[in-house]
Design a protein around this ligand. Structure first.
Ligand SMILES: N[C@@H](CCC(=O)N[C@@H](CS)C(=O)NCC(=O)O)C(=O)O
Length: 100
């Protein structure tokens, strides 16, 4: 599982900006494009309670949109949140491998 999941549309400047920050952090993310897909957009709205893109999760934690992601960065909390999600993902993989 990627540490970050975000719902996006293609021509959305906020999505581009959010991905730019995640790219700069070097973190892998799973992008769910909701362009023209009413079902995926509904899924995003149900999970987030919001209707704008992007909607971003770090691990299981719903961060919100692009502004919320940058606010985490401004508060100096983004790196730790990303690290925790990456580490949690790695230990899940490790556990999964041990189970086999
Ligand atoms: N403050 C929000 C603004 C997001 C926003 O306005 N996104 C636009 C697309 S760029 C949007 O979803 N508009 C409404 C819609 O497409 O239904 C954020 O930082 O994510």
């Amino acid at each position: 599982m990627a540490a970050v999941t975000l719902y996006t549309t293609r021509f959305c400047p906020y999505c581009v900006r959010a991905k730019h920050l995640l790219d700069r952090k070097g973190v892998a993310y799973r992008e769910i494009a909701v362009d023209g897909d009413a079902e995926l957009r509904r899924e995003m709205m149900e999970r987030s309670g919001r209707h704008t893109v992007p909607q971003i999760w770090i691990g299981a934690r719903h961060v919100g949109g692009c502004d919320d992601l940058y606010e985490l960065e401004r508060r100096g909390e983004l790196d730790a949140a990303l690290r925790a999600a990456v580490n949690a993902g790695e230990s899940e993989t490790h556990k999964h491998n041990e189970d086999q």
